[in-house]
Design a protein around this ligand. Sequence first.
Ligand SMILES: O=C([O-])CC(=O)C(=O)O
Ligand SMILES: [Mg+2]
Length: 562
Amino acid sequence: MDTPRTPGSTRLDGGPRGAELLDDPVRNRGTAFTEDERARLGLHGLLPPHVEGLDEQAARAYEAYGLKDDDLERHIYLRALQDTNEVLFYRLLLDHIEEMTPIVYTPVVAKACERFSHIYRRPRGLFVSYPMRDAIPTLLANRPNREVDVIVVTDGERILGIGDQGAGGLGIPIGKLSLYTLIGGIRPERTLPIVLDVGTNNAERLEDPEYLGWRHERIGGEDYFDFIDQFVGAVERELPGVCLQWEDFATPHARPILERYRDRLLTFNDDIQGTAAVALGALLGAIGVTGKRLRDQQIVFLGAGSAAVGVADYLRAALVQDGLSEAEARGRFWMVDKDGLLHAGRPDLTPDQRVYAQPEDRVAGRPRTSRGAVGLADVIGRVEATVLIGLSTVGGAFAEPIVREMARKVDRPVIFPLSNPTARSEASPEDLIRWTGGRALVATGSPYPPVRHEGRTIPIAQCNNVFIFPAVGLGVVATGARRVTDAMMLAAARALGGQSPALADPNGSLLPALRDIRAVARAIAEAVGAEAQRAGLAPQTTPEELRARVAAAQWTPGYPQA
Ligand SMILES: O=C([O-])CC(=O)C(=O)O
Ligand SMILES: [Mg+2]
């Protein structure tokens, strides 16, 4: 495990005392308050007499955790611990990072959002509700901690794969920020989860007598964007320089919000940019394993929605960085959606999709499906595809003949079925490995167990944005960057790809293990900071100083001597 670098919680003296101190999750040390602290801070009598160390506290907390018998109960236990003693919470998470990350974050956090109103115990973060729209600066001023480095905000409309959760969506910013601290080392008291409660169209929530959000259908249109504008304006005034991460907004809102604010403040959209960066990182790792150049790839996508276009945009930028012209890079993409290959003759394409339309003369003469479209099997039959990416949500779409045909022509086919949840995955890793005689390099969107093949155990990397956003946060906080650019995201993806265990170990995963993720986050943060400096978006330092700043900014839970 990591050695502590910047241990500790906030200073004790000058803050609350007595029972009030025990009620402050940032400063509370519970049974670990020393005799001297107990005397100084008016705690004698309020705590059992035995003084524990953090190790003992963590062991006791783990024992209590072990008594819970379902995942939602485990989540509730950990959230309660977070609201009691943050140092202990993060120490427990660090000690059991592989076991507990899925409990505080995806997938269990989805259940916590659905059940938000029913499992609600204590407030955390901010509820910015539409009826309070004229008082947003006041709500922000009421935040529990003055200094904030990172905000994660959602409007709860498209939570993970479970849709509109209204105010219950707050569970996602809470979970994401826990990982900002656990992995990126952003100090817990400098994070702020926010839900923009603009109503919900989820009938179950609206009819639930216990629903805690604003009981109203969603605000839309101009009113919605005006509200977002009021919120952003208030954030700029109250918390200038804060990193503002947009999370789980519905597609029609996500992109316009990003475009509107990305050049105005330090902000990014995790679902668009973070997800694309992690997919690119895993791809770069895989292509590194094949021993081929990025510029030599032919890339086929199944699915051409916003997630697919986001991944393609980053991949295209990486192809250009690798020496291709813009036109050559575009020509490497074969995108297929439910109406077949994207080509210049299709009238239905959005401007974002049109970038990837193949010229008609490259399509002419290809066999067509009965509906006249060029399908995935046709494309794989004609193109020497080296990379196949699925973001189609069509379960099983990477059928055996398609995969076998691809593997007939290339030695190490790179195949990423990225759709969620598992039932929508374009193929199972086990089938992909079997159909390709163990040659496929696979990463997925859903979690899968390792695959056994001819005596090997092949771990399956899950492309989740957790590999990117905490590290990007660490990079911008450590360097004082003013913007999050796509070039910084590409730098993050490259650094992640460079850390792929598969590069050194033929049986390694394409993405790092969670137990190594804090060290990986520092490497990514340095790359992000260096790109910000190169672009003039952060104060210049030497590379050594950059490295030292990143290391110093990564908080590790501990109780410093007061
Ligand atoms: O949180 C996750 O696991 C990935 C993500 O951002 C999403 O699905 O919206
Ligand atoms: Mg998300």
